[in-house]
Design a protein around this ligand. Structure first.
Ligand SMILES: [Zn+2]
Ligand SMILES: [Zn+2]
Ligand SMILES: [Zn+2]
Ligand SMILES: [Zn+2]
Ligand SMILES: [Zn+2]
Ligand SMILES: [Zn+2]
Length: 447
């Protein structure tokens, strides 16, 4: 058979180079190996042969290795490739100098080497850490998990391919895809510019994107020609199917404006960003949408609980016992609840919506109050006696029937301290003392 004819047939048939014998079909000769074709190459009774130059020609070059089931893709592929490379080198030496066939063989050698590079054992020479566009990629050790590459959308065969995960944004991809990444790590966006898009799906139209994917610039259209345009509900922009996998996410703008928690389709990049941002307390609800507190009752309850917790905090940070029993750590997942009463994360709002937040916060509130008012003598001693009536139990600022002086934080019965026109006895005392301090030194100077 003529070389060119055979080559053409190979390419047409997209033969799997590791299923030996197939290219011999048509010769009419049955071989004992024929029935092992479906078995993984490792299990074949004899090694594949690459005797004739033609056999080497298309080894693995037209084959899509990455859509093969993992069971058929084994380490022996690498050995076979190595052998094929050696044979290809030999063929190049034997063929006439500068002949077309020799040139073809050189091209094949390059392809074989590239293929080998892709398939090589991960532990061989890939670095453990690679920093690219602010991503910090760590080489993955796990070989058994089957993941999808965020760059090329094909499966990562952990067994034979090196792959990396970014510790910042959890982007994962093949080692061979690392250098094709064009999008910087969203983690840096989260730390430098932690602000949500708060307009609901701010669409500009495909024309403003020049009919190209907002991320990779591939041509797209709504008719699906040459490639489908998918809208991201978070950015309002359109993406190709490589950059938008129809992932669903709760959209902050819809939550804030509509109290709508229905997940919408978002691009991969938005999904990663939203996932990293979900626990970050970046929403100042009172400023963005104060009406929400009229509309969502639970939010009012949460606000009161948070205010109380802030009033309890000074007790805990001055109480050795409370510090030792790590009471404040009850809120370690929502550190912002110990710091202020106005910032919310999307996760907080999701939990409010699910009815989970007021439950867990009420529990924590009860636990805290129990320490201060019942369990701890030191904290109890820091209670207040109402200076207006000097009657009744010891008061704490987080008790429901109390009022707190905004200037000196003294605590009174709400019934005794009705409004701002009530004079706070403690503040009055302090003013008096200040005045006398101011006068005494001046008398000294005069004298
Ligand atoms: Zn890939
Ligand atoms: Zn990253
Ligand atoms: Zn794209
Ligand atoms: Zn205490
Ligand atoms: Zn009173
Ligand atoms: Zn006062």
């Amino acid at each position: 058979m003529e070389y060119d004819e055979k080559l053409a047939r190979f390419r047409q048939a997209h033969l799997n180079p590791f299923n030996k014998q197939q290219h011999e079909q048509g010769s009419g000769e049955e071989t004992p190996d024929r029935d092992t074709e479906e078995a993984p190459p490792e299990l074949s009774p004899s090694e594949p042969e690459f005797h004739c130059p033609e056999c080497v020609m298309d080894l693995g070059l037209s084959e899509d290795h990455f859509s093969r089931p993992v069971g058929l893709f084994l380490a022996s592929d690498v050995q076979q490739l190595r052998r094929a490379i050696e044979q290809c080198k030999q063929v190049i030496l034997e063929l006439p100098e500068q002949s077309e066939k020799q040139k073809d063989a050189v091209v094949r050698l390059i392809h074989l080497r590239l293929k080998l590079q892709e398939l090589k054992d991960p532990s061989e020479d890939e670095p453990n850490i690679r920093v690219l566009l602010e991503h910090r990629f760590y080489k993955e050790k796990s070989k058994s998990v089957k993941q999808t590459c965020d760059k090329c959308n094909t499966i990562i065969w952990g067994l034979i391919q090196t792959w990396y995960t970014c510790t910042g944004c959890y982007y994962r991809c093949h080692s061979k895809c690392l250098n094709l990444i064009s999008k910087p790590c969203v983690r840096s966006k989260v730390s430098h510019q932690a602000e949500y898009e708060l307009n609901i799906c701010p669409e500009m139209g495909l024309d403003s994107q020049d009919y190209r994917c907002a991320e990779c610039r591939a041509p797209i259209s709504l008719r699906g020609v040459p490639s489908e345009a998918r809208q991201c509900d978070y950015t309002g922009q359109y993406y190709c199917s490589h950059c938008h996998w129809n992932d669903l996410a709760v959209i902050p703008a819809r939550v804030i404006h509509n109290w709508d928690f229905e997940p919408r389709k978002v691009s991969r990049c938005s999904m990663r960003y939203l996932a990293l941002m979900v626990s970050r307390p970046v929403l100042r609800l009172r400023e963005i949408n104060p009406l929400l507190f009229n509309y969502v009752e639970e939010l009012v309850e949460i606000r009161k609980l948070r205010q109380d917790i802030l009033l309890m905090k000074p007790y805990f940070i001055t109480c050795k016992e409370a510090m030792e029993s790590r009471l404040l750590l009850q809120l370690q997942d929502r550190q912002h609840f110990v710091e202020n009463d106005e910032m919310y994360s999307v996760q907080d709002l999701v939990d409010v919506h699910m009815g989970r937040l007021s439950c867990s916060l009420t529990e924590i509130h009860t636990l805290f109050a129990k320490h201060i008012k019942l369990d701890c003598e030191r904290c109890q001693a820091k209670g207040f006696v109402c200076e207006l009536c000097r009657e009744g139990d010891v008061l704490f600022p987080f008790d429901s029937h109390t009022s707190v002086c905004t200037d000196c934080s003294a605590v009174f019965h709400r019934d005794c301290y009705y409004d701002n026109s009530t004079t706070c006895p403690k503040c009055a005392r302090l003013t008096l003392r200040k005045r006398s301090l101011f006068q005494e030194p001046s008398l000294d100077v005069d004298a």
